[in-house]
Design a protein around this ligand. Sequence first.
Ligand code: AMP
Ligand code: TRP
Length: 342
Amino acid sequence: MSDTAFTPRVFSGIQPSGNLHLGNYLGALKRFVDWQGKGVETVYCMVDLHAITVWQNPADLRHSTRELCAGFIAAGLDPEKSILINQSQVPEHAQLAWIFNCVARMGWMQRMTQWKDKAGKNQQNASLGLFAYPALMAADILVYHATHVPVGEDQKQHLELTRDIAIKFNNDFGVDFFPVTEPVIEGAATRVMSLRDGSKKMSKSDVSDMSRINMTDDADTIAKKIRKAKTDPEALPSEAEGLEERPEARNLVEIYAALNEQSVDQVLADVGGKQFSEFKPMLAELAVEKLAPISSEMARLMNDTSEIDKILSRGAQRAREVTAPVLRKTYDIVGMVPPVET
Ligand code: AMP
Ligand code: TRP
């Protein structure tokens, strides 16, 4: 089966579950912006249906969805160049997800590490939606026939499952309908770690706010969090191998490299031999320079949420021109009776 027959299209999503952070920015959002203007269609989604697989307070969810849209735009996504959508406003995502629930196997879902982490010890009490989460993610991607999906490292397994679903659907029905999607996991910071513990990824759900840099943090807060970030007592090495057993040091160097659009080797060529007392202020200055304009633009956009709502409505209209025919065709392949004019 060839996947070259499909026109390239980029799709990705972020959950509006609050606290958009530096990991989301470097692992995902900044990459989304890089794809814009490469001559491929780009679709970026606030995945509220995914967010509610764990409890969300309704008022907070609405706020976080709008704030995430503000974050997308402030980071450089242009609603004229990219289609920006809110998942629940494009019903074909959930409709295709149902079909995929019937294609995917229980065993595939059970192997997902995110399911195991999020459900924890009490799987019986987790929502059915949390278990089926990857089938909805596959639907998000495949309802656009998207070929490229920029994400952070933690989403790799879900994208492999998306490929498995596309392949099984095509095989089951003897068609070449869904493309086999390429994960795009690139850049110096595909896995940004907690500032307090170099063995844990930076996450929205970490109880310690000091563990992450939020996109809404002001300059003083960003500088304070970097100053207090956990490190070791050694000076920085001159080559990347010197970071191997030093997760906290590696994390800060990778953050610096990604923010400055350099490789880790280039950064170390400049800062190798320096103590953290010297490197941390450099990193803080760089982070403030890159992030403060984004957070102030987010705050400005949030002053007029009606404009954000219009952008999302327009995005949904444009998206449905793609998704409605793909869903209809899927239903035809599966054997559903088409509606007729009456
Ligand atoms: P989420 O916040 O879970 O919806 O994640 C949205 C995007 O950000 C996905 O592409 C993730 O892979 C990416 N992401 C989340 N946390 C990190 C992290 N600590 N480092 C790099 N990428 C991340
Ligand atoms: N599962 C992704 C995350 O938590 C978010 C997501 C949902 C997504 N649908 C997607 C990412 C489709 C890429 C493509 O990070």
